[in-house]
Design a protein. Structure first.
Length: 272
């Protein structure tokens, strides 16, 4: 089942993780856990729709600079907001002047941001994300924090990795997890095209559209690289989570009890 995208104005990658089938026959409970891009462009007129979701917890995985430069536009109320920053590409996560942007793009710096660069970032992501993942998983063991949403900038890297770890804990098969990650390719397509146009113009068209698609796209091989690093260094995802995030099997059972439900039994043709 493809998860439900939430058509909230100002977002493009906001979706419900509910509906995925776990290996034990249960499914991820809809309306409990969401993943998203940022909420900086959500207009006030869309706040009632956001409020109607009944969210109790929002976890912002962006760096402090990203959050300050693009603060979320959120309705007032009792929503708990936690900032758990994850650095994905430290050398690019700084405040750029217009001159610095032009020098980077036109001077050829952007040409180094290709498929190999993204793969290298995903190789480092399990270590870079460990502390924030530890805190995120602790928050998600509290039933009072649901429904919850976690997000970064575009919902690809930090959000995608976090979603993959959670879905793995819940017993969702790897192919479905990779497919969930790849959905960003579909939902972010208009935003990616816009950014490619801007970057190509700033680079005086010295960087190809194909290279930028590699840099900005959500290829399954990127997330698989993070999984491979975890398996090479730790053995399994549960081993990684136990060692780096202090997440035990008992904690995993708590998460499963909160987020998994029995699959509905279809009605028989005669309605019984």
């Amino acid at each position: 089942m493809e998860p439900r995208r939430i058509p909230l104005e100002g977002t493009f990658n906001f979706r419900d993780l509910g509906g995925y089938a776990a290996a034990d026959g249960r499914v991820v409970r809809p309306g409990m856990l969401y993943r998203s891009d940022n909420f900086a462009k959500v207009p006030p007129r869309a706040h009632p729709q956001f409020s109607a979701l009944g969210l109790r917890l929002l976890v912002d995985l962006r760096t402090g600079l990203e959050s300050r430069e693009r603060p979320n536009s959120l309705p007032g109320g009792t929503l708990r907001v936690e900032h758990l920053p994850i650095s994905f590409a430290p050398e690019l996560e700084k405040k750029w002047s217009t001159r610095e942007q032009f020098a980077f793009f036109a001077g050829g710096g952007i040409q180094r941001c290709d498929r190999r660069y993204v793969l290298d970032c995903y190789t480092r992501l399990p270590q870079r994300a460990a502390l924030s993942l530890r805190r995120l998983l602790a928050l998600l063991q509290d039933p009072g924090n649901y429904p919850a949403v976690f997000h970064c900038m575009g919902g690809r890297d930090r959000t995608g990795f976090s979603a993959a770890m959670i879905l793995t804990i819940l017993g969702v098969p790897r192919p479905a997890i990779l497919a969930d990650y790849h959905l960003t390719e579909k939902y972010a397509s208009p935003e990616v095209d816009r950014r490619i146009g801007f970057i190509r113009a700033m680079s005086l068209f010295r960087v190809s559209r194909e290279t930028l698609h590699e840099f900005l796209g959500a290829r399954e091989e990127y997330l698989q690289t993070a999984f491979s690093v975890i398996e090479q260094q730790y053995g399994t995802v549960p081993d990684y989570l136990r060692q780096e995030a202090g997440f035990s099997e008992a904690a995993a059972e708590i998460l499963r009890s909160l987020l998994l439900v029995n699959r509905p039994i279809p009605a028989s043709p005669d309605g019984r």
